[in-house]
Write a protein that binds this ligand. Structure first.
Ligand SMILES: C[S@@+](CC[C@H](N)C(=O)[O-])C[C@H]1O[C@@H](n2cnc3c(N)ncnc32)[C@H](O)[C@@H]1O
Length: 257
């Protein structure tokens, strides 16, 4: 590995997988937030087809499987995450209804109008909120639902340092109201939008990383790319503690029209 300092997005994929495979979820969220979003989705049956895009190791797909009827196809670009996803499903005896596949959410390997529900937590920013919603709409049946959590601004203005950091990583990051208008423009009737509680970040995302950060710094002592990556994740936690009134995750639920 080179010693040049890399951002999280450029960081070695294998190490990112190793780091994030060690924690239960790869982004902020909670089973309660997943269930709240699910409560806005109507008409699911045993025959329903559900996709979880950018599913990671399966945090929310398992919650969905335990609380909604139908089959769930998880999709993620990282094979290691999908291995773990499928093992988690098997452990809970959900393998007949929950199956992970390696694939790219920007070019979905599914049939047009295959799904009744497309789910995605903390992943759409990788391709852009509007672009993702428009592409994924092709794979939803008419009246099918999309439920997506995404980084969002909570205020019209925010500290310059915070704005610079997030716009570097998520150039189209918008306010909650702006994102609802994008959802509507992309061909969905807005059904719900709500902000995820703080514990989704602090308890479920940042806290489990502390032990992994320590272990990583020991295992990869002297590796400047690892040190920069850990410094970045710690910076995110500190910035969240300081600036959480300005930004966070919001869930958006829409129905294809
Ligand atoms: C922030 S994580 C969220 C993971 C999971 N949904 C969760 O909440 O725990 C984003 C996920 O999107 C996946 N991802 C990024 N780009 C992708 C792409 N082009 N296609 C499929 N998955 C992608 C990453 O591998 C990662 O698992």
């Amino acid at each position: 590995m080179s010693n040049e300092v890399k951002t999280i997005h450029e960081f070695d994929a294998t190490l990112i997988c190793e780091y994030f495979s060690s924690i239960p979820r790869q982004g902020p969220g909670s089973p309660e937030a997943t269930l709240k979003a699910l409560s806005f989705v109507d008409n699911l049956t045993e025959k329903s087809q559900i996709a979880d895009l950018g599913c990671g190791t399966g945090g929310q797909a398992i919650t969905l499987a335990q609380n909604a009827p139908g089959s769930i196809a998880g999709l993620d670009i990282f094979p290691d995450f999908i291995d773990k996803f499928n093992k988690n499903a098997e452990k809970l005896n959900l393998q007949n209804r929950v199956k992970g596949v390696v694939g790219d959410m920007t070019n979905l390997p599914f049939k047009n109008e295959e799904f009744d529900l497309i789910w995605s937590e903390g992943a759409i920013d990788g391709m852009g909120f509007e672009k993702g919603l428009r592409h994924w709409r092709n794979f939803l049946k008419m009246d099918g639902y999309v439920a997506v959590s995404n980084l969002s601004w909570f205020t019209e203005e925010r500290p310059a340092e915070l704005e610079k950091y997030y716009l570097t990583h998520v150039p189209d990051m918008g306010t909650v109201w702006h994102n609802v208008s994008i959802l509507q423009k992309a061909g969905y009737a807005p059904v719900a939008a709500f902000v995820l509680p703080e514990a989704c970040w602090t308890d479920n995302y940042f806290a489990p990383q502390k032990a992994v950060q320590k272990a990583f710094l020991e295992k990869y002592a002297g590796n400047t790319a690892v040190e920069a990556f850990i410094a970045d994740t710690r910076y995110q936690a500190a910035q969240y503690a300081k600036c959480k009134q300005y930004f966070g995750y919001a869930f958006y639920v829409g129905r294809k029209v």
